[in-house]
Design a protein around this ligand. Structure first.
Ligand SMILES: *Cc1c(COP(=O)(O)O)cnc(C)c1O
Length: 388
């Protein structure tokens, strides 16, 4: 069997034991005589699957009883619309409600652009001035706001919030697509949390929404049925056919995580993996992290080559990504908007994968030195902004 170390930002690696169990259960899931793909979502066979997935998520994240867990579709991107509509949408002719957004990256910006269609948007702060390489000082909440939106881990630029903003009575809403279950999170600090599954939870196609009960039921009358939290909550995520197979795989991933020791254990492992990689980058003569060290992500770790000539650098980076792939270290190219490289190390990336990547980079660097590539130090924040 061939398995690569997949550093993709998403869809990303799944734990091998999960894939093996799914393979074993492919044609006969848990004695039902059917694949989960063939089950009616309203059957007695599927009910325990969705209930088990929810119960595991609740216990692993410590979700309080006054929060609902919804399994929806449309990705994190559909939440960019569902959140403003459901939490702050108004009837035709009524004045718009206000919401604050903090722009810390490309996904945060997309969320704000979509939100601005439905709310009076206050751009509380932005780190665009330095190519999103840091988290700005969070603005004070406006007491009348419907909500306050942040992106907890910025997948493309590789930053994360280290302290949550205090928003008083204004519900804090967070996109946790690329950090869910990677480290402890106090759910009660938030009004709503959401995540596309394809980074840390399972296959693409399922979106998890964790919403405080008092925020449900505020949608204006024009809201399309499929976009209403109240309807999905009433129906236990079975208003229409959910992503049954994805919900089942998420359940297997959560079982795997629980057996490993839950969030505290995986958080420790994630800290170790990131410390190894940043430790290497900070001593490398060829590669460097472009991100402010105070806000470095533990999940998505961008890096750039330290070459003054942009053409030379682009060539080297292209060669790096190709050679790494030949060694079974795949999907290391940075996002098309920012360039460079990026290693995403979600929960399922074993520490051996990170060690293999570092070994490859050390060899690569050694060969470049022998090959006489001119290595010089440049300003990396400028590097990144000139490309974005
Ligand atoms: C991947 C990602 C998204 C987009 O997710 P989709 O499920 O593809 O819509 C949004 N926000 C963050 C933080 C992400 O990492």
């Amino acid at each position: 069997m061939k398995r690569v170390y997949n550093f993709s930002p998403g869809p990303s690696m799944l734990p091998l034991p999960v894939l093996k169990q799914a393979a074993v259960e492919m044609t006969d899931a848990q004695g039902s005589g059917q694949s989960v793909m063939e089950m009616s979502h309203r059957s007695g066979d599927f009910k325990p699957i969705i209930e088990n997935t929810e119960a595991l998520l609740r216990s692993l994240m410590g979700i309080p009883p006054n929060y609902r867990v919804l399994f929806l579709q449309g990705g994190a991107s559909l939440q960019f619309s569902m959140i403003p509509i459901n939490l702050a949408g108004v009837e035709p002719g009524a004045p718009k409600k206000r919401a604050t957004y903090v722009e810390t990256g490309i996904w945060a910006k997309k969320a704000a652009e979509e939100g601005a269609k439905y709310v009076e948007l206050v751009l509380g702060a932005s780190s665009q001035d330095r190519a999103y390489t840091y988290i700005p000082k969070p603005p004070a909440p406006n007491p009348g706001d419907a909500y306050y939106h942040i992106t907890l881990n910025n997948t493309i630029v590789g930053t994360r919030w280290t302290d949550l903003p205090s928003t008083g009575r204004v519900p804090l809403v967070a996109d946790i697509s690329s950090s869910i279950l990677s480290a402890p999170l106090e759910v009660s600090r938030f009004g709503l949390l959401y995540a596309g599954a394809q980074k840390n939870l399972g296959p693409a196609g399922t979106t998890v929404v964790i919403i405080r009960e008092d925020l449900i039921g505020k949608a204006p009358s024009w809201t399309p049925a499929m976009l209403r939290y109240d309807l999905h909550a009433q129906e236990g995520s079975l208003y229409n056919t959910p992503s049954c197979y994805g919900i089942y795989i998420i359940g297997l991933v959560l079982e795997w995580l629980k057996a490993l020791g839950g969030v505290p254990a995986i958080a420790e492992l994630n800290r170790k993996k990131a410390a190894l990689f940043y430790g290497y980058l900070d001593h490398s003569r060829l590669f460097r992290s472009p991100v402010d060290p105070a806000f470095r992500s533990l999940m998505n770790l961008p890096f750039v080559a330290v070459l003054a000539d942009p053409l030379e650098r682009a060539n080297l980076e292209r060669r790096f990504v190709q050679e790494a792939a030949r060694q079974g270290l795949v999907n290391l190219a940075g996002h098309r908007l920012v360039g460079g490289m990026r290693a995403s190390m979600y929960n399922a990336m074993p520490i051996e994968g990170v060690q293999a990547l570092i070994r490859f980079m050390e060899h690569f660097e050694e060969r470049e030195k022998e090959g006489g590539t001119h290595v010089s130090h440049t300003n990396h924040e400028q590097d990144l902004s000139s490309r974005a």
